[in-house]
Write a protein that binds this ligand. Structure first.
Ligand SMILES: *[C@@H]1O[C@H](CO)[C@@H](O)[C@H](O)[C@H]1NC(C)=O
Ligand SMILES: *[C@@H]1O[C@H](CO)[C@@H](O)[C@H](O)[C@H]1NC(C)=O
Ligand SMILES: *[C@@H]1O[C@H](CO)[C@@H](O)[C@H](O)[C@H]1NC(C)=O
Ligand SMILES: *[C@@H]1O[C@H](CO)[C@@H](O)[C@H](O)[C@H]1NC(C)=O
Ligand SMILES: *[C@@H]1O[C@H](CO)[C@@H](O)[C@H](O)[C@H]1NC(C)=O
Ligand SMILES: *[C@@H]1O[C@H](CO)[C@@H](O)[C@H](O)[C@H]1NC(C)=O
Ligand SMILES: *[C@@H]1O[C@H](CO)[C@@H](O)[C@H](O)[C@H]1NC(C)=O
Ligand SMILES: *[C@@H]1O[C@H](CO)[C@@H](O)[C@H](O)[C@H]1NC(C)=O
Ligand SMILES: *[C@@H]1O[C@H](CO)[C@@H](O)[C@H](O)[C@H]1NC(C)=O
Length: 890
């Protein structure tokens, strides 16, 4: 039922979006830049925001820092506010645009980015020859807005001429920084605000015409749907302007709002459909029904603006009430800043009839005698004009836009709101407060005080949309979990996992519980472009946490697959017990809202495979490769022998070996892992075959018997991959070379291994080392598990190979010690009796006798660790070899 209704809401939302599909104006230029975001993202209104990692638009990217908001107010939409780009020095975005006027919208969400103090960000913004903002503080600006409004949008209108570039430059004040969350550039019809058939009148004694030519730039300071609801985004004409409610700017008697109409607005050549959406013209504010009260009053609005500028006011009118059809019905005077702008306004006379919209422009100078820029009040007042004996003593207004015009030097920037007013909002405009309080519907509370607030509405819609989608998602999933609970796994895994975490078997400093919001912010709300990998369980995302301080890999359970859920929980269980330098470590998890998400350390160098072939990076050196192999082998060795229970990875492959920033290898992806046999069980686990093509142990495949030697086999394949830098299976190659294992093994046995090594390594591997390496790899991929070495053997063999390489490089390859050791050791002719190859019956090497298997294991671990440490610090060869050569020492 709930699901049904949610679906309906979503459908309604979608339907209402589809109705905007044909806006009356289609912009020719449109840029939506989600600054600091790695990915392109789509906002629920269907608009695509591009990542600004685009060298063409931002040539100086390296002089900036992409960052993520440290906190996020719930009403703030993730796109574009979740990410920002932060600048410590001048930074320019360059947009190729066509000639003509454009809207520039700058989106700011003052939050802490990269641990910077949000109160200390002051900067200027210029666009071509205009200065849009000076000494701007987004923090102070939002503080002066409604308490519910945390973000601000600054909208400008600029005519691009001379060259087809729009260069937007951010210039931090000295010792400060600049930031930007989003940039929108959208073209508009040439004659929307410029070149009007009836030029604006300068509000002065003689009401001269004021020339607003194409050289003038504007800042939109207010745009109101007078007497109506807020209109924004797709509800506008295609330019995504936002029209706010006017209530909070009313002063004194607030008049009345005649019921909204559903009449068809008849646009004209003078007032084309893109002038304002018809919603604006279908609602209005009038004075009231009592003409005598009207006569005693003004219908007044009051706006705070910066002094030192001219302002352009565009008043939108439309008589849509059916009874108003003739001139002289409603005639009124318009006062701007207590000066008469229009003596007798008669909408029907101006427009020619009912339901025909019309607008009038006025320019007013707020240039005061003393130069000082400060915030001043701008008044707009309407009063019935009775000298012509109109039918009704009333006035009407439908919409209002107020623009600031640039100063003669091209500047539009004004002072920040004064901190005193900021901290104590109530005093300057008592009316403002009472209005919003007395009519505090939730919508009103959310709608902000300036144009900046406009986007809050979009934001709310976006957020609700997210919420709905999310609730829908989790509803689905809850259902699924419930049904899954009827099958076997959930009661066990899920509860044991939960108790485990609450018993903090994961040390809290190592395993952190993330909120879903943090995860969503880190991943652009699970945006596709953050995906860095996909597993059987779902996606892995790259994310940035802690204001960009920590990069993490975020694994999210694909809710469509119960199988994935099972493996996911399996991995949590395993990982909560496993800590090893060569295993990818778990940073935390998120279990909020039914989500099951794991957060891992991020491995900047990606998978081993991606560093071996099909890479643009320089090839890894042989020593690096050996070290990576040793690291991965140690990780697997730990899984097999170091943990409480033996753990069989089951999916060892070059894409499950990840490389950290120091190229250290770490084994990842335990989604398929299985606990190995315990002392009470038999010596193997019977399971359905899982794994990856080219890596699966043939014996396991044939006999469905899983032992740790299956991992050894797969690791052998990886070793050949490292040596030859080609995939385990390459169907494009001739038949005999498709399987790397077959091919490499044949070459090893023919003594031609050196001919198939990665060309980048040709001549760089000491022959003894290559021989040793080949021997290890070959022994790993033998058909029968019992003929394969243990991971411990493999670790030591690889360390030995590394030492052969290192000593030879250091001393020249004729070193006696190396030679002797190699000779005494490297005789692979009879593998089953070689010192490091398991000789006993299946699994005996690991478990010893049935009774004391675990003891044997712990002994192995201890011995290995102590020697391993010494080996790392290049303990002398004898130590290593005595261990290797004498199986009893283990
Ligand atoms: C974003 O979209 C643009 C245009 O569609 C494309 O050129 C660009 O590669 C995309 N960027 C990312 C990070 O996906
Ligand atoms: C790039 O940034 C540097 C340092 O902030 C600045 O000096 C230079 O002018 C910038 N270049 C461009 C093309 O914006
Ligand atoms: C904008 O930047 C482009 C490319 O850097 C440059 O060619 C152009 O002259 C600049 N235009 C303006 C108006 O600054
Ligand atoms: C407009 O509303 C009136 C009543 O409020 C209704 O009778 C009329 O059908 C509506 N017209 C349209 C076009 O929706
Ligand atoms: C209406 O406003 C005008 C301009 O400020 C003012 O001159 C006039 O006195 C006002 N009328 C009333 C009734 O308040
Ligand atoms: C304009 O008139 C209003 C009252 O109608 C008054 O409060 C205000 O101070 C006047 N402004 C100027 C600049 O005279
Ligand atoms: C706005 O700036 C342009 C360019 O600097 C200038 O030509 C124009 O006169 C300015 N407008 C006003 C109203 O001062
Ligand atoms: C910048 O704005 C802040 C806050 O309004 C103000 O204290 C400071 O003096 C301004 N700096 C300049 C150079 O105007
Ligand atoms: C706001 O002003 C009132 C009275 O002017 C004062 O009592 C109160 O402390 C002020 N609040 C703040 C936060 O400054």
């Amino acid at each position: 039922m709930l699901r049904l209704s949610l679906t309906i809401i979503v459908l309604l939302l979608l339907t209402s979006i589809t109705t905007y599909a044909t806006p009356v104006y289609i912009p020719t230029d449109r840029f939506l830049l989600n600054c600091g975001s790695l990915s392109n993202s789509t906002s629920p209104d269907g608009r695509n925001w591009l990542s600004d990692f685009e060298p063409k638009l931002a040539p100086n990217l390296s002089h900036s820092t992409p960052s993520i908001a440290a906190e996020q107010a719930p009403s703030i939409p993730l796109v574009p506010y979740m990410t920002a780009r932060v600048f410590n020095s001048q930074f320019t975005y360059t947009f190729p645009v066509s000639y003509g006027p454009k809207f520039i919208r700058l989106y700011f969400y003052p939050s802490s980015y990269s641990n910077l103090d949000k109160t200390r960000s002051y900067f200027a913004v210029t666009a071509n020859m205009y200065t849009l903002l000076t000494n701007f503080s987004a923090f102070l600006t939002t503080l002066s807005l409604q308490p519910t409004q945390f973000s601000v949008v600054k909208e400008f209108v600029i005519n691009v001429q001379g060259s087809q570039w729009l260069n937007i430059t951010f210039v931090p004040v000295t010792n400060s920084y600049a930031f930007i969350n989003g940039i929108e550039i959208i073209s508009m019809p040439n004659n929307l605000y410029y070149n009007n058939p009836s030029p604006p009148r300068l509000v002065s004694i003689d009401l001269t015409e004021f020339d607003v030519d194409f050289n003038v730039a504007f800042e939109t300071v207010y745009r109101l749907n007078v007497g109506g609801q807020s209109v924004s985004g797709p509800d506008d004409t295609g330019m995504f302007r936002s029209w706010l409610q006017d209530d909070q700017y009313l002063y004194g008697n607030s008049g009345q709002t005649p019921p909204k109409s559903n009449v068809t607005i008849q646009y004209t050549a003078e007032t084309p459909p893109y002038t304002a959406p018809d919603i604006v013209y279908r609602s209005s504010r009038t004075m009231g029904s009592d003409p005598y009260i009207n006569l005693q009053n003004n219908l007044s609005w009051i706006f705070q603006v910066d002094s030192g500028f001219y302002y352009l006011l565009r008043l939108h009118f439309c008589e849509y009430q059916l009874e108003v059809t003739k001139p002289n019905y409603r005639v009124f005077s318009i006062y701007i800043n207590n000066q008469t702008a229009e003596i007798s306004a008669d909408v029907i006379l101006w427009s020619g009839g009912s339901r025909i919209p019309v607008f009038r422009d006025y320019v007013v100078s707020l240039i005061s005698d003393n130069d000082e820029m400060k915030k001043v009040d701008l008044w707009l007042q309407l009063h019935p004009y009775v000298d012509v004996h109109p039918y009704n003593w009333d006035a009407i207004l439908n919409g209002l836009e107020i623009f600031k015009l640039n100063q003669s030097d091209g500047n539009l920037g004004g002072p920040n709101p004064e901190p005193s007013k900021v901290s104590n909002e109530s005093s300057p405009h008592p009316r403002k407060e009472t209005t919003s309080e007395s009519q505090s519907s939730p919508m009103r509370a959310i709608i902000g005080a300036t144009v900046g607030g406009v986007l809050a509405i979009v934001g709310v819609t976006v957020f609700c949309f997210f919420q709905i989608l999310r609730r829908r998602r989790s509803t689905n999933k809850d259902l699924r979990i419930t049904s899954a609970a009827k099958s076997s796994w959930v009661p066990f895994s899920f509860t044991s996992w939960q108790t485990k975490t609450s018993n903090s078997s994961l040390p809290s400093h190592l395993c952190r519980r993330f909120t879903l919001l943090e995860i969503r912010m880190a991943t652009g709300d699970f945006d596709e472009s953050f995906v860095i990998g996909t597993g059987g369980f779902g996606n892995v995302y790259k994310g940035v946490m802690d204001s960009g301080m920590t990069t993490v890999a975020i694994k999210r359970l694909d809710q469509a697959s119960n199988q994935g859920a099972k493996e996911f929980l399996n991995e949590i269980e395993l990982l909560s017990e496993l800590r090893h330098i060569h295993l990818v470590s778990l940073i935390g998890y998120c279990d909020e809202d039914g989500e099951m998400i794991l957060v891992y350390e991020y491995m900047p160098h990606g998978t081993l495979r991606s560093s071996l072939y099909k890479t643009r990076n320089p090839p890894l050196s042989w020593k690096q490769r050996l070290q990576i192999c040793i690291g991965a082998a140690r990780g697997l060795q730990y899984l097999h022998t170091g943990a409480k229970h033996m753990i069989i990875h089951r999916d060892v492959k070059s894409t499950n070996i990840l490389l950290n920033v120091k190229w250290m290898a770490k084994v990842s992806d335990f989604g398929l892992s299985r606990f190995g046999p315990t002392q009470f069980d038999h010596t193997h686990v019977t399971t359905a075959v899982k794994g990856s093509l080219g890596y699966v142990d043939p014996e396991y495949y044939r006999r469905r018997r899983l032992t740790e030697k299956s991992d050894v086999y797969s690791f052998g394949v990886v070793l050949f991959e490292v040596l030859c830098a080609r995939p385990a299976i390459d169907p494009n190659l001739p038949q005999e070379r498709i399987s790397l294992t077959e091919w490499a093994r044949r070459n090893y046995l023919n003594g031609t291994l050196d001919q198939i090594v990665d060309p980048n390594l040709k001549g760089k591997i000491i022959p003894d080392c290559l021989k040793k390496f080949g021997e290890i790899a070959e022994s790993c991929v033998r058909d029968r598990g019992i003929e394969r070495p243990t991971m411990t053997d493999v670790v030591w063999g690889l360390e030995f190979a590394l030492q052969l390489q290192e000593s030879a490089e250091k001393t020249g390859s004729g070193s006696g010690l190396v030679y002797v050791v190699a000779d005494s050791y490297g005789t692979p002719a009879r593998p089953s009796t070689s010192g490091w190859v398991t000789t006993s019956t299946e699994n005996d090497a690991l478990f010893g006798s049935d009774e004391d298997g675990s003891n044997t294991r712990s002994t192995i671990t201890r011995t290995e660790e102590s020697c391993g440490d010494r080996a790392n610090k290049s303990c002398d060869h004898d130590c290593v070899f005595s261990e290797i050569l004498d199986p009893k020492a283990r």
